[in-house]
Structure formats: C-alpha cells, structure tokens
Design a protein around this ligand. Structure first.
Ligand code: SF4
Length: 223
C-alpha cells in the first residue's frame, strides 16, 4: 500500500536524528566571512567543487571586498581571477552584473529575502537558499544533486525537478531542520549514498530507506 503523507512525514522525522548523530559537524563547505562572500562563492560553485572555489576565493576576497569592487571591475580581469572555476566567462559576468544591481538597488548590501535575491543575476533558488540559510540564518532548503538524489532514493519524493523537490521536502521536514538536513544529506551523498554504487550496507538510514532495503534483500551478501 502506498505510504500516506502522514506516514512519510513520520519516517522523515526519524531520519533527522540519525543524520544529526552521523554528521554532527555538517556545515557549508564554502569558506566565507559575510553574505557577499557567500553569494560570490555560491555563484562560482556551479559545476565546480567547493575545494576549488575556496582556493579561488582565498585570493579573490582579498582583492574584492565590497559589491562596488566587483561592480567596477574590468570584466576581463574578473574572468582571469575566476578562470579555474569553469564557465568562467559566464560566472564573471553574473558576479559583476549581480554586484552592479546590489549597488544600484540595495545600497551594496545582500538582501535577506528569497524574492530579492532571485532578482540578482546568476542567482536562482538554490543559490538564494544557500545564502539565506548560511549567511542569514533564515530557514531554507537547498536542493543540490546529492539532496535531490538521496531524497528520491529515500522515497521522500518522486519529483526530479529541484524546485519541486524543495517544496516536497519542506512539507516533510520541520522548518528548523531545513538548513542542517541539506548539509547532512550532502555529507551522506559524498560518503555513502554516492550517485554510483551507494553503500547501502554501511548506511545509517538503511532501515528507513525503501531503496536500500530492497537492494539489500536482493543481494544479502553484499551491496
Ligand atoms: S540505504 Fe542506500 S539508497 Fe538509501 S540512503 Fe542509504 S545508501 Fe542511499
């Protein structure tokens, strides 16, 4: 029989303390000192590892401190600074235009609402949610590739569109856990529930996960 919303919510609530115990130190792995730095780092992080972004921003944040610094930068110079992030022309242009808008419309400050953040160039819901949750402490659900994949495997959603997954998860996970839930699933996705060859047997969520349970039944001797 199909799981009801109430049952799914109850199962999601059992998942939360297990994730908390497994990854008590889960947090944003992008380095930043303020909302602007996190915004720039998150724009750079598309299709790029956080380790590489942190390497780039170590130097970048010494040279570009305010939104006005990015807004008046020569585009070619900014491109050079972020070249190793991949898609550097696109990312440099987004950062520059985003900061021009911050200067023109927000007195150079990063706004703290989803509506305003998503008006900025290069800022979709995911980037906005990263900034809201980690720089401003506003409950927000970040759906990246790990969060989407694992939430599907856990049977918490059948959606594949990240925005639909975000809304489905917000229905199931209490608001105060949204930010940590994303960080913890990202850790699980990097460690155990990888895109290829998820390690069901090692997974702390296996008894609550329909995918893991089914796979372990099929192959009781190994993952
Ligand atoms: S049991 Fe398997 S599929 Fe389910 S969350 Fe764990 S590793 Fe992923």
């Amino acid at each position: 029989m199909a799981e009801t919303l109430k049952q799914k919510r109850a199962r999601a609530r059992k998942i939360i303390p297990i994730l908390q115990q497994t990854y008590p130190d889960a947090k944003c792995s992008l380095r930043f000192g303020n909302a602007l730095e996190l915004l720039v780092a998150t724009i750079l992080s598309a299709q790029c590892t956080d380790v590489r972004v942190n390497k780039i921003t170590e130097q970048l944040f010494r040279e570009y401190v305010s939104a006005a610094d990015y807004a008046r930068a020569e585009l070619a110079e900014l491109e050079e600074r972020v070249r190793s992030a991949g898609f550097y022309k696109h990312k440099a242009k987004n950062i520059k235009h985003c900061c021009e808008k911050l200067v023109a419309q927000f007195q150079g400050r990063v706004p703290a609402t989803l509506k305003e953040l998503t008006l900025l160039d290069g800022v979709g819901r995911k980037t906005a949610n990263v900034v809201l949750g980690n720089a401003f402490g506003v409950p927000s659900m970040v759906v990246d590739t790990h969060v989407g994949r694992i939430s599907q495997r856990l049977g918490l959603t059948t959606e594949s569109d990240p925005v639909k997954i975000e809304f489905a998860l917000m229905e199931l996970i209490p608001r105060e856990h949204w930010v940590q839930y994303s960080h913890e699933l990202i850790c699980l996705g990097r460690d155990i529930c990888k895109a290829r060859r998820p390690q069901h047997r090692l997974c702390p969520l296996r008894s609550l996960c329909p995918t893991g349970s089914a796979e372990l039944k099929k192959a009781p001797a190994g993952d």
